[in-house]
Write a protein that binds this ligand. Structure first.
Ligand code: ZN
Ligand code: ZN
Length: 382
């Protein structure tokens, strides 16, 4: 056990190594990309081997695509090659060994030639395919963006607490079916009880696609605004939401930090208009996909004041003010799409050209996923 922990610590220390020990030629980049490729390869091999681990029927297209197996093969070969490069270049071997272990694991499970192996039904829990796709898509979009247009130039991808936030990202992707299932409950209740919704549904369904999409944004944001504000107002609910605000560094990954109970409640409530008013399924899918990317964007460590644009549409600086540590930022900017809502309800704060000096909350929220999971139930309410 001690040896295992030692390896893990070494790996983390190496990932977070000082910039000088990460330069080109130190074996850091090869080690990092070896781990990334090996992890992605492992996710896909696992999703093919145990189809029950895969959550998204929509991703069947990916799984049945004839190019997937050659791609997995190339990914694992790339992982092995880069791991070897890293092992040769780098005095510390943790990165290279970690990549080797992951790639070997994928190979032992069958590699690119993996065959489905039906075991017990794992139920509705896992979405390993969704995690892999989500991670690659958002990571590929935002990691380079934050390097090219950084707000805090010295901030790194592997800043403090990145592990917690990656774990949050993992949990919410892996639990995508549980969350969807639980969040659907309120809308199925509403749909079953309120017959008068039928006429509203046919009216909404007959609107042009673009209008439906815009309407979906407005109605969801309206529901989200008040729900979000409630979580800032009711002390017991704040305990859950304080977890989201406990991030002291803002970047695309920080947005994933959210208490499990809050995710379920938030999705259950904010999806109510979307699921009960007769929107076209393609509108709902497009909206949900957009929200995933948009949520990462508004937390991202990207510069740009957007003084004018930020009055009409939520920009990173607008939401960064929601997370600001200074007193002027407290209980401001609840909207996630339209700042107009904050102007209407008196919570708008968008000082020209200025950013918060720090992020977080005055109270001490503990570190780590499990401690934060318990936090709402153990915190002392003042
Ligand atoms: Zn908040
Ligand atoms: Zn936020």
């Amino acid at each position: 056990m001690a040896a295992k922990r030692g390896f893990w610590d070494n790996l983390m220390r190496d990932l977070e190594a000082p910039v000088a020990a990460r330069g080109f030629g130190t074996g850091w980049f090869s080690g990092f990309f070896a781990i990334l490729l090996a992890a992605v390869g492992l996710c896909f091999v696992a999703a093919l081997r145990w189809p029950a681990l895969a959550a998204m029927p929509e991703l069947d297209v990916v799984r049945s695509w004839s190019g997937l197996r050659p791609l997995i093969h190339a990914t694992l070969l790339g992982a092995y090659a880069l791991a070897l490069v890293s092992l040769m270049l780098r005095p510390r071997k943790a990165l290279g060994f970690a990549a080797l272990i992951l790639a070997l694991g994928a190979t032992i499970l069958g590699g690119a030639a993996v065959q489905p192996h039906e075991t017990h039904d794992w139920g509705i829990f896992f979405g390993i395919d969704f995690f892999a796709v989500n991670m690659i898509a958002t990571g590929l979009m935002f990691a380079p963006l934050e390097r090219v247009f950084p707000r805090q130039a010295q901030q790194r991808l592997f800043r403090s607490e990145w592990r917690e936030d990656l774990f949050y990202f993992l949990v919410s992707s892996m639990m995508v079916q549980v969350i969807t299932f639980l969040a659907l409950a309120p809308s199925s209740y509403v749909n079953a009880r309120f017959g008068w919704l039928d006429s509203a549904q046919s009216a909404v369904g007959s609107l042009p696609w673009v209008v439906q999409f815009a309407l979906a944004m407005v109605l969801t944001d309206l529901a989200q605004y008040w729900f979000h504000r409630l979580f800032h107002t009711v002390p017991f609910l704040w305990g859950f939401h304080a977890v989201h605000h406990s991030a002291k560094t803002m970047d695309w990954l920080a947005g994933a930090r959210m208490h499990f109970a809050e995710i379920i409640l938030l999705r259950g409530i904010t999806s109510l208009p979307l699921l009960t008013l007769g929107f076209a399924p393609s509108v709902m899918q497009a909206y949900v996909g957009m929200v995933y990317v948009y949520a990462s964007l508004v937390h991202a460590n990207v510069r740009g004041d957007f003084d004018r644009l930020g009055k009409f549409i939520v920009t990173p600086r607008f939401h960064h003010w929601h997370h600001g540590i200074e007193p002027e930022a407290v209980d401001k900017n609840f909207a996630i799409h339209f700042p107009l809502l904050d102007r209407l309800f008196g919570t708008y704060h968008f000082p020209e050209g200025r950013w918060p000096t720090g992020y977080g909350v005055p109270e001490k929220v503990p570190d780590g996923y499990l401690a934060q999971l318990q936090y709402p139930f153990v915190r002392k309410q003042s």
